[in-house]
Write a protein that binds this ligand. Sequence first.
Ligand SMILES: [Zn+2]
Length: 86
Amino acid sequence: MKVEVHGVVADCPACRGSDFVPEKAASRPLSSQSMMVCTGCRRRIRYIELLVQIGDKAIAQSQEMLEKIRADRDALRAKREEKPPE
Ligand SMILES: [Zn+2]
C-alpha cells in the first residue's frame, strides 16, 4: 500500500520504494505506532515516521511553489519594464 496524504507519497529511506505493508496484518486500522515494512527491501519503519516525512515533503513542495511564483512574478515585472504598455 502507498502511504499518501494529499497526493504526497512517503518513500522508504533505504530504497526509495513507496509500497509498504503493515508488519502485522492484524494491525488495522493503522495507528501512528504501527510498524510498516517496505516491500522493496523489508526495512521496518514506524507509520508515524512516514507521516512526518510526508509533512516535510509537503513543506518543501510549497516552498518550491512559492519560489516558482516569485520567479514568475519577477520575470513578469522585468518583461513589463522592457516593453512599456502602448
Ligand atoms: Zn525499502
